[in-house]
Design a protein around this ligand. Structure first.
Ligand SMILES: [Zn+2]
Length: 341
């Protein structure tokens, strides 16, 4: 299996405890997550780890606005006016998304507009890391479509909380939709999001479209991040009505319930009859994940992988969350294994 990876992501890393309380959640979205995945993939005889291709900015501009990309590109340098500290993790002090705002006189105001929360610190390398992460997803999509086979993108930072011009929840550019949009020129695409958290960014991006089916299984937003999206009654609007499905799940969901709901989700995929599938593959549903409370096991990941691979669709698997670092790599391998068996 082709696995797209670049070590550019390593510099998107922060000395956060200096700036925030020691339990600040962003310390979990760290480069060591990828180390865990790579070391386990390297023990297999099927993982072919290769650098991503460069698709340029055009596919990214199909999903994110120019003003948002400009903001992300210059945020670090703009913030430097306020501090000389190297590798400072900048966070907004005017959080609160205001869709009606039209002027952006200074960088703190921009933060308040473009960031939905305080889990998206920006350093000098955040922008290039996010761009490279998206290129990994695009590369996996291209290979899966051309060869009619699965491919995996080790995308870091993750993407599914990022909308057309918002970042939040560790996500700056939405990798899976960028890849889906690129594929949608060639046929119908379905995105299946199995991260612990609702894929609010993905939902927003395709909410009014019928050519890209979006489905998300996740912890109920009534009590879990991102709170304001991911509810069952949100099913798309306009031409997209009926082409988005949320499956909010209860506290401590384990393998059996998850499998049952995944089966229902896959029925929707089957009925849609897509030409391509993209999986937003999060592993924070794992039992003991520091940011989740589900009880999914490694065997669970293996059987979910089997069920999804049984669809026999060209499938691009794109990394999202997963923060139990010492076991993340083994969980990823368990999930991918059925795709190569
Ligand atoms: Zn997550």
């Amino acid at each position: 299996m082709k696995i797209f990876y670049s070590d550019v992501h390593k510099s998107h890393s922060f000395g956060l405890p200096k700036l925030r309380p020691a339990d600040y959640d962003a310390q979990f979205e760290v480069p060591q997550r990828v180390d865990s995945i790579l070391s386990c993939l390297n023990t297999t005889d099927w993982a072919e780890i290769v650098p991503p291709h460069d698709f340029g900015m055009e596919p990214i501009l199909q999903i994110h606005t120019t003003r948002y990309l400009d903001y992300l590109k210059h945020a670090y340098e703009d913030w430097k006016v306020y501090s000389d500290e190297e590798n400072m993790a900048f966070i907004p002090y005017t959080p609160g998304f205001n869709p009606k705002a039209t002027t952006f006189d200074n960088i703190p105001d921009q933060d308040g507009f473009f960031m939905t929360d305080m889990y998206v610190p920006v350093n000098k390398y955040t922008y290039i890391s996010a761009i490279t992460s998206a290129q990994c997803a695009l590369s996996a999509a291209q290979v899966s479509a051309a060869r009619k086979c699965p491919a995996f993108a080790i995308s870091r930072p993750p993407g599914h909380h990022s909308g057309p011009e918002i970042c939040g929840g560790f996500c700056y550019l939405n990798n899976a939709p960028i890849a889906a949009q690129w594929l949608s020129r060639l046929g119908k695409v379905a995105i299946l999001d199995i991260d612990y958290h609702a894929g609010n960014g993905t939902q927003a991006i395709f909410y009014e479209r019928s050519d890209v089916l979006t489905i998300s299984l996740h912890a109920d937003p009534a009590w879990e991040y991102p709170s304001y999206a991911g509810y069952a009654h949100e099913t798309g609007s306009g031409p997209g009505k009926g082409f988005h499905h949320n499956f909010p799940l209860p506290h401590q969901t384990g393998d059996d319930l998850y499998q049952q709901i995944l089966d229902r989700a896959l029925e929707f995929v089957d009925k849609f009859s897509p030409d391509f599938l993209i999986v937003s593959a999060g592993f924070d549903t794992y039992t003991g994940d520091p940011l989740g409370d589900f009880r999914v096991t490694r065997n669970g990941f293996s059987s979910f992988g089997k069920k999804i691979s049984d669809l026999h669709l060209p499938t691009a698997l794109v990394l999202e969350g997963g923060y139990k670092i010492d076991e993340l790599g083994e969980n990823v391998v368990a999930f991918l294994q059925p795709f190569v068996s």
